[in-house]
Design a protein around this ligand. Structure first.
Ligand code: C2O
Ligand code: CU
Ligand code: CU
Length: 483
């Protein structure tokens, strides 16, 4: 039997089984949602410890006491529990971080959003064996922003992130400091992640259907805490959010319907603030918000929630709460959001010399009939293949085409920051977090998104991929090489 015929034969069988199971008359290519179970929001929010440019991160098994679940074993970068410390540095600093691998499998660290040399960027070929260590040594020369770090070993990213390996990497600079944005206890970083809990651990073994949709959990953790609350004063707070989930997209909003202000995104501050009522944030994306609690009365409560949205069959079907804010203290706050935040050099289509098109709309059964395949331009990740050759200094337009796709794909490039030029199909517009600089762009089903990328930092080999981590580990990743 020819392999192609065999594959379609299996596909027919799968279709039949899937239709019987779901009772649908066509194959449900976009999967099923995993519904969130809200907790009671009685555990105080925790914050990762803050550390500087010289530190040791030890990937290890940890135990955390999770409200309602008891002691759970997971992974972390210190004995403190899940996640890693927040690394905070000034732009221009040299970083010297030693990663020690106390896992029983390989790992490494990718510095998501940073423009650093390729051999420091956590390429899967630079993975560290169990028991080994590696010294990450680089200088950060880029804008202030909230970047992050996580493992990137081949086919292990989803598992290791889901079990708890991730941390924030905050860069400050003088442009940002001059704005006097809310700081100290009025600057709240939130890492939002959905988890599963079973038999005292965070299990990771996605089924074929879960590779299709990406793995989603029932329990929403914020900074490693399930269903937390945070006390606040009647003031404006800077709330900096990372969606550190493997696959789940959130449509952020406040429970009283009030607007909030977006001041920054993946690559730092926007040129000017935008007031919004809700904001879709995909896995890997960061948003920098000002939330105004000043008009709320003492003892009142406000939730950050995720509202429903149109995101294919498996996403956006449910509204649920993420974290509770309790207003506990009346104060006078004189902070006003500056009308101008930063200066952004706006790139235009005419500046680009090369255009590349990336077909991201296909997912299919593989030959063995027991797993999905996610591809870019019909190719699965191959560590020995360079997909795109780039001239250093070039400005390029990349188009991600999900026109006939059924699943959302948050696309990410290593080693660069880019700007989003346009979106056609689907939401058919740029979102309020899509001005300024980004390293992620969400392509919903039906959408074609065009970005413009200046390749103006290091030469070498870098990755681009879908940041739905099951899609990434399933092959939805390619390599570009800058010469
Ligand atoms: Cu956060 Cu290669 O990704
Ligand atoms: Cu990255
Ligand atoms: Cu994807």
């Amino acid at each position: 039997m020819k392999t192609k015929t065999f594959a379609s034969f299996i596909l027919v069988i799968f279709t039949t089984i899937s239709c019987k199971k779901t009772g649908m008359d066509n194959m449900n290519m976009a999967g099923q949602p995993v519904l969130v179970t809200e907790g009671n929001f009685t555990t105080p929010l925790a914050f990762p410890t803050i550390t500087g440019a010289n530190t040791t991160l030890t990937a290890q098994n940890v135990s955390s006491n999770i409200n309602g679940f008891g002691i759970i074993s997971s992974l972390g970068y210190s004995a403190n529990g899940m996640l890693g410390p927040t690394i905070k540095i000034n732009s221009g600093s040299s970083v010297n971080i030693n990663l020690v691998n106390h896992l029983n499998e390989k790992t490494n660290i990718h510095w998501h959003g940073l423009k650093i040399p390729s051999n420091m960027d956590g390429h899967p070929e630079n993975s560290i064996d169990a028991g080994g260590s590696f010294n990450y040594n680089f200088t950060v020369n880029q804008r202030a922003g909230m970047y992050w770090y996580h493992p990137h070993a081949e086919m292990l990213t989803g598992k290791q992130v889901f079990k708890g390996l991730a941390g924030l990497f905050i860069v400050n600079d003088t442009e940002e400091n001059s704005l006097n944005l809310p700081s100290g206890n009025r600057e709240i970083p939130l890492v939002i992640q959905d988890k599963r809990i079973s038999l005292g651990s965070i299990p990771y073994s996605p089924t074929m259907m879960e590779v299709m949709t990406g793995l989603m959990g029932q329990y929403i953790f914020v900074n490693g805490v399930y269903a937390p609350y945070q006390n606040v004063e009647t003031a404006k707070y800077r709330v900096r959010i990372l969606n550190g989930s493997n696959a789940r997209i959130y449509n952020l909003a406040l429970s009283n319907g009030s607007p909030f202000t977006i001041i920054g995104n993946d690559g730092g501050l926007l040129a000017s603030p935008h007031s919004v009522n809700n904001l879709i944030v995909a896995p890997g994306e960061r948003v920098d918000l000002i939330i105004d609690f000043s008009t709320l009365s003492i003892n009142s409560e406000l939730y950050l929630i995720s509202k429903t949205f149109n995101g294919g069959d498996a996403q956006g079907t449910q509204e649920f709460k993420l974290i509770k804010f309790k207003i506990t203290n009346q104060v006078t706050d004189n902070f006003n959001i500056p009308a101008s935040l930063s200066s952004i050099n706006q790139l235009t289509e005419g500046m680009a010399t090369i255009s590349r098109n990336f077909d991201i709309q296909n997912s299919s059964m593989n030959m063995s009939g027991n797993a999905m395949t996610h591809t870019i331009n019909n190719k699965s990740f191959d560590i020995n293949r360079i997909d795109e050759l780039i001239n250093n200094g070039a400005i390029e337009i990349w188009t991600f085409d999900n026109t006939n796709g059924k699943e959302p794909h948050p696309m990410h490039l290593h080693g660069v920051q880019f700007q989003v030029l346009s979106r056609t199909g689907g939401r058919a517009a740029l979102m309020s977090n899509e001005s300024g600089w980004k390293d992620m762009v969400l392509c919903m089903p039906g959408e074609k998104v065009k970005i413009i990328i200046p390749f103006n930092s290091y030469s070498g080999k870098f990755l681009f991929h879908c940041h739905n981590l099951e899609h990434e580990d399933n092959g939805m990743m390619g390599q570009y090489k800058v010469n």
